[in-house]
Design a protein around this ligand. Sequence first.
Ligand code: HEM
Length: 139
Amino acid sequence: MRNLAYYVIVTLIGAVGAVAIAWSSCSELCKQMTTMNYEVKVFIDPGLSHPELNAETLTHVEKMRLAAVAARDLIPEKAAGNLRLTAEYQADIDLLISQIMKMGEALAKNDNVAAIRFLNDIKSLKLEGHGKFKPATIN
Ligand code: HEM
């Protein structure tokens, strides 16, 4: 009969292994997208309703912006080799970058209501961008 600690450790090793396998099969673009998602879900979305955290939330908006800038040059498979689709992808990411910057500017002025509006625009851009460029096999 093994003790509880044994099962906890085996479960943790399994979970870490599963994350490592998922991350290694993630393309460079997928990694930047995953970074944006993490910054939004863990820090930006919850942080925007806490004005006292604005200075810290701004550091996460900057991390998100850097991931979006990196994503601009990582052309998705659906657009690769197609000049029109590549231009459309980069124009969509440019719009995303500009909304991220506007969200940061609003936050710097402690205008959290405006920052939340920009985050909602970003969520719509994400949905549209994924509809056009994200493979159906990735959830
Ligand atoms: C203009 C806006 C966007 C476009 C055109 C876009 C496009 C894409 C594409 C093409 C992929 C597939 C990448 C690959 O597997 O190589 C992807 C994946 C993903 N994107 Fe975006 N995206 C946009 C915005 C966002 C935003 C704002 C977020 C999060 C806040 C986000 C989160 C994700 C996530 C979580 C994945 C899946 C990663 C995975 O588990 O494989 N995307 N996106």
